[in-house]
Every structure is written in structure tokens, then in C-alpha cells.
Design a protein around this ligand. Structure first.
Ligand code: BDR
Ligand code: CA
Length: 314
């Protein structure tokens, strides 16, 4: 099965994504690393530990990473979507963490897990890319141990945090640029355009709620997040962004992906954090090898929407 490390900022949809990996057969979840993002690092870390405890996965080590972006001095927050504690104010419905946080920080845990792995590992970053950029900068040798980096982030059209930028990329554009254009690792970028199309409705959420104790607890984390999407979209349901990326990480090919040249706007103008996915040149979109000109980045562009929703629910 897929060897996987999730780097995360829970976050309601992160909680779904962690549970998806933690409960899937044939996935070897080696570790979870945390990053600032939706809420501050202490809260994202605690939330990740609680979700693993809910899933009975206290065998999975958790290490805390960056508290702020690589360059920009201040972290951004998304309490407006994820509630006071990052889980709609409901993190107390989850069990207390059973396993102590690692003494190692996120980068140290990533290095030791990658070095110990006998086969290449998939990393699924579903928050700001700060930890992954720091890993690649400080430990270039580990890239040989990385199979793919499957990222939730970016936007082909408009953003969700600014007109141009999606939250994870906007949170640390310099880190995102380092990972996506450094040419060191194969990346799959799962942008918000696709994750929005995979949104789940009230009926899906009711099925989750009725699926057993874990589903009921995950459902209990959704009210503030659901209310956010109600206000934003005038529609009752949620967008489970991060679970779409983790679905691709654990079931390669569940998303249709295409290779495109990509860059990230790191200027301080109105497009800061935009992902510039160059869809002009058809010849760069096929399965030809990455070149010096084009880093190996594939972008998720389509999927069987109901198939994806059913896979996550199962
Ligand atoms: C991304 O931003 C966060 O709020 C979500 O957890 C997801 O990773 C969506 O833009
Ligand atoms: Ca996230």
C-alpha cells in the first residue's frame, strides 16, 4: 500500500482528510506533521492528535512544525471558516490525544521517516507549504525517498482568500514557489476549482453522520464550516478540499491530472499567492518527461465526482 505522511493544519476538511487516510486499508500512514494555517500551530497540532485518537491510530507519530511563513512575518488565519478552535468550536467532541507529541519537530520527523522508509513515500501537504519547503531546503538528499507530493492548493480561476489566491498558497507563497518550481520533487497540485466541484451536500453529510461513531464525530465538527459555505455559496453543504487531495494520494489516478508549467506570484501586489498555471501550450500537457523548462507538476483537473464522494464516504 501507499506509504504516506500528511502535513496539515486542521481545519475541518483536514480532519476529514486525516480520517480518510487513517481508516483506509492498504495505506501505511507513517506520520502526521502540523503547520500553522487555519488556526495557530498549537491548535492545529492538538486537533490532528485528536482526530488520530478518534480513529484509534495512536500508533501514528505527530510532530509540530512551522508557526509562521518562511518569509512573511505574520501568519494568516481562517477562523471565519473553521471556527474558534479550527473544528467549528467542537474539538471537545473528539477524544483527548493518547500519544504524546514527538520531541522532534516536523522537519526532523519527516527526515527520519523518509530515511527509514524502504520504499518511496507520498507526502500530502494540505496546509501552507512551509514545512515542506524547509525540508527540501535543509535536507536535499531526502528527495530520493519522496515518490510524490500531493498538495491541496492553488486556483486556476479565482481564489477563495483573495480574488487571486487560494488560502494555502496565499498563506506562504514563497514556500509554495520553492516546492512547486524547485524541480526537486514530483508534485500533484489539487486546486480549489476541482475541490469545489467535489463539494458534498446535506444528504452526503447525513450519511456520514449515520455511518457509526467516527462518522458521527466528524459530522459534529462541521456546523461552523457548513455555515461558512452557506453564507459564501448560498448552498447547504461543505467543500472537503483536503480530502480530495488525500484521496489522490492514497488512490493514484482517482483524479485526472495534466502537466502544466506553473509559477507562484510572490510579489506584494494584488495577485500575491496566485498560482499561474500556464494552460496555453498543449504540447506541455501530455505525459512527456519533465524538462528543465517544466518542473514535474501535474494539476488535478477532473474526476468522477460521485465516485470521489462515495470513495471518501466509504
Ligand atoms: C484550504 O484552505 C484551508 O482553509 C482548508 O483546510 C484547505 O486546506 C482550502 O483553500
Ligand atoms: Ca487545510
Amino acid at each position: 500500500g501507499t506509504r504516506l505522511i500528511i502535513d496539515t493544519d486542521p481545519g475541518v476538511d483536514d480532519a476529514f482528510a486525516i480520517a480518510l487516510a487513517a481508516l483506509s486499508e492498504d495505506v501505511d500512514l507513517l506520520g502526521v506533521t502540523t503547520v500553522f494555517g487555519n488556526v495557530p500551530l498549537a491548535a492545529t497540532t492538538r486537533n490532528a492528535q485528536r482526530v488520530l485518537a478518534l480513529c484509534g491510530r495512536s500508533d501514528v507519530p505527530v510532530a509540530a512544525g512551522a508557526e509562521r511563513p518562511l518569509v512573511h512575518p505574520h501568519p494568516h488565519r481562517a477562523h471565519y471558516a473553521h471556527g474558534v478552535d479550527g473544528l467549528s468550536g467542537r474539538s471537545q467532541v473528539l477524544p483527548e490525544p493518547e500519544r504524546e507529541l514527538e520531541r522532534a519537530d516536523a522537519v526532523e520527523l519527516l527526515v527520519s521517516l523518509l530515511n527509514a522508509a524502504d520504499e518511496p513515500v507520498t507526502i500530502a501537504p494540505i496546509g501552507p507549504l512551509t514545512n515542506i519547503a524547509a525540508l527540501l531546503a535543509a535536507h536535499p538528499g531526502v528527495r530520493e525517498k519522496i515518490d510524490r507530493v500531493v498538495i491541496m492548493g492553488g486556483a486556476l480561476g479565482h481564489g477563495n482568500t483573495t480574488a487571486a489566491a487560494e488560502f494555502n498558497i496565499w498563506s506562504d507563497p514563497e514556500a509554495a514557489r520553492r516546492v512547486l518550481t524547485g524541480g526537486e520533487v514530483s508534485c500533484v497540485l489539487v486546486p480549489m476549482d476541482l475541490t469545489y466541484r467535489c463539494a458534498v451536500d446535506a444528504e452526503w453529510l447525513a450519511k456520514l453522520n449515520g455511518s457509526g461513531p467516527i462518522g458521527t464525530a466528524l459530522y459534529a465538527l462541521t456546523p461552523d464550516y457548513r455555515e461558512h459555505y452557506n453564507r459564501a455559496l448560498g448552498w447547504d453543504g461543505i467543500v472537503m478540499h483536503d480530502a480530495v487531495a488525500v484521496a489522490e494520494a492514497i488512490k493514484p489516478g482517482i483524479l485526472r491530472t495534466e502537466r502544466f508549467p506553473i509559477d507562484v506570484d510572490c510579489t506584494h501586489g494584488p495577485s500575491r499567492g496566485a498560482t499561474l498555471v500556464d494552460r496555453r501550450r498543449a504540447e506541455l500537457r501530455d505525459d512527456t518527461e519533465a524538462t528543465d523548462e517544466v518542473a514535474d507538476v501535474r494539476v488535478g483537473t477532473d474526476t468522477d465526482l460521485d465516485g470521489l464522494r462515495g470513495f471518501v464516504l466509504d
